[in-house]
Design a binder for this molecule. Sequence first.
Ligand code: FAD
Length: 451
Amino acid sequence: MADVVIIGAGVTGLTLAFRLMEKGKRVLILEKNDWVGGQIRTFRENGFIFESGPNTGTVSCPEVAELFSALSPDCELEIADENANRRLIWKGDRFWDLPSGLIGGITTPLFAFSDKLRLLGEPFRGKGQNPDESVGEMAKRRLGKSFLNYAVDPFLGGIYAGDPMSLVTRYALPKLYNLEQNYGSFIRGSIIKARQPKTERDRLATKKIFSAVGGFGNLISALTKAAGKENIVLSATSVKIQPVENHWQVTYSTPSGEHAVKASKVITTAGAYALPQLLPFIDREEISKIANLRYAPIVQIAVGINDTHGRRFNAFGGLVPSCEKRKVLGILFPSACYRKRAPENGALFSFFIGGMKGSHLTRLSDDELHELTVEEFHTMLKFPKDIHPDLIRIFRHPYAIPQYEQSSGERFSTITRLQNRYPGLILAGNIRDGISMADRILQATKISSER
Ligand SMILES: Cc1cc2nc3c(=O)[nH]c(=O)nc-3n(C[C@H](O)[C@H](O)[C@H](O)COP(=O)(O)OP(=O)(O)OC[C@H]3O[C@@H](n4cnc5c(N)ncnc54)[C@H](O)[C@@H]3O)c2cc1C
């Protein structure tokens, strides 16, 4: 018996478990892998600390700061260095600074002169009429084509590894959508929102970039400790959820045999593709409205160098617009943002390859990816040919980032309908409510407070 069974020990499942146990609930987590953390894993090797999944999050809601406070001293929030404010965009044969001020905005070669002038008219442009407008269409309409190509496209490449023409604004970027809908303009809306009074708790949402000291793996370890290792079953396969009379029965296998547990609530945090097997009692056609969610595949490659020979990489990293037709989506500079991610004179980079537009590249062999990385290390990061990376580690994520496309409306309404029809069943995780680390923590905290 448990009060709540949670499927999946990623950041959503673990945060849920921790917050529910604080409220006195008996919780059991079933995880198919033989490790905790889901997409989050941190590795340590020869003075480098690198992630296989997310490198950073944004403190976009108070729940993030509150979670870290609750887990201290087992895990501490690390706010990124000032370097993280500097973002780079590839154009032609080099990275350029993404302008943040007026002068930079006027002089940058990233955007067309006509679009810079057009930007002045953004506050006076009419609202969009199509609720399913894509982010790409919206950006072109409000900002102009060069802003779509050299700001919005790489930005979405960085967050969703997605295609701006397929991601629907109201699902993928609801805050941006609401700025236009509520205030008629991104610029006007941002100014009004920034001026709105904030409570002390609101102010915890600093919008700053964060990790955990020593990497996100430490957040997972602290959550695991807080949720209690004994409440987590690893290598739990063939998990099946069934409604039985007035409770839920969950069956699963482990190397030690077959098991069954009864609970009054079951919360799934697994990806959409796992749901048909987890919920065999739901009609195939109905569950397919959730399971049809498309995912961007990504390969992340950690690249370390012991000595940069004085080269400095004082930025968050660089993103690559798809019109530039390179093989890399972007390169992050984690050692410029967080402490001790590389040896003292060295640097750590995270190369991202694939995404919706470059999915074929994720099928390259390790040798081919290795070769591609070394080539871009010289071409994009401008290291001379006689300097070689000291560390290259490849991580493949076939289901990295769910794409909040037009199908999302039907997915969300199907989730709501199923939850209403089957009280005690909650379908959570990044199939809804956003894909970021902060979204995951916020969702888990909210669900833990529901009756
Ligand atoms: C390469 C990469 C980079 C990213 N970068 C960022 C970033 O910089 N910033 C940011 O905010 N976000 C980033 N994200 C997104 C963020 O990491 C994820 O949204 C978040 O970690 C998802 O957490 P989760 O717990 O919801 O899901 P998951 O981590 O996917 O956890 C779900 C768990 O369920 C388990 N599971 C699945 N099926 C079953 C089953 N049938 N039975 C039992 N268990 C099952 C899985 O094994 C997994 O452990 C990135 C993601 C990836 C892949």
